[in-house]
Design a protein around this ligand. Sequence first.
Ligand code: CUA
Length: 295
Amino acid sequence: MRPPADAIGTLSLIVGGIALLIFIGVEAALLYAIWRYRASRSAGEAATFDRNRRLEIAWTAAPALILAVIFVLTLGAMAEINGAGIAPAMRITGTGHQWWWEFSYDGTKIANELHIPVATPIDLDLVSADVIHSFWVPELGPKMDMLPGSTNHLRLFARRTGSFEGQCAEFCGVEHAWMRIRVIVESQSDFETWLAAQRLPAAVKGSEGERVLLSNICVNCHTIRGTAAAGTAGPDLTHVGARATIGAGVLPNDVARMRAWLADPQRYKPGSLMPRVPLSDADLDALAAYLGSLR
Ligand code: CUA
């Protein structure tokens, strides 16, 4: 199969080509009529027109035929986009949250980054935890709404490895714009290595930063597998240090920026549901270092 985005691209070119031909035809007829029936030729007499039944039939039938052709091509593209009988190699659940993404690989949860193997049909089961969001990675496939209370499906297929950017495409509140998706397409072996690492519990145990996290309200919202932190309102942080960004794209992820984010999330993502937790400088240092070490 080929990426669903390719089917959309092909259909767009065909429809665009037809529209271009119609545009040229209409403009040519217009220019001809302006030239043929210009006032200087008719010398004061009003132009007269006779009924032309064949012409009327033609300009009724031609658009109907063109629309029928586009309709059939669209049905074909829709079938291809939906997978067209090719079974997916894997199902991943994607959940939209205000304002971040959660991707669950059989219960192993990753925030804001979707890893998939290259040249492999993947089906996403898309849901929402709160309001309507829309999953959209333009280079890989169509938009698909994420609705509270029902599941939508989206076929993904990537032809080449690399990083693909996406964005929530349905206005979902104040931080809608900072709801970025990053799809990382890897070779099958790289993907399996990554997923096996993600499935492991937290890499670091007994650090000062872990103590800070477990003794503050962080645990109400965040899970770190292997520790007592088991909140589900916010992103799973078990391997947060391995991710490229903080806050669904607002900051690159390194220890210095993590510390700045923890010190005042509202400064970087106003309206975010992550509160400012009052922590001492020493606690912030320890917590940021700990989260950075969770790779
Ligand atoms: Cu989520 Cu816009």
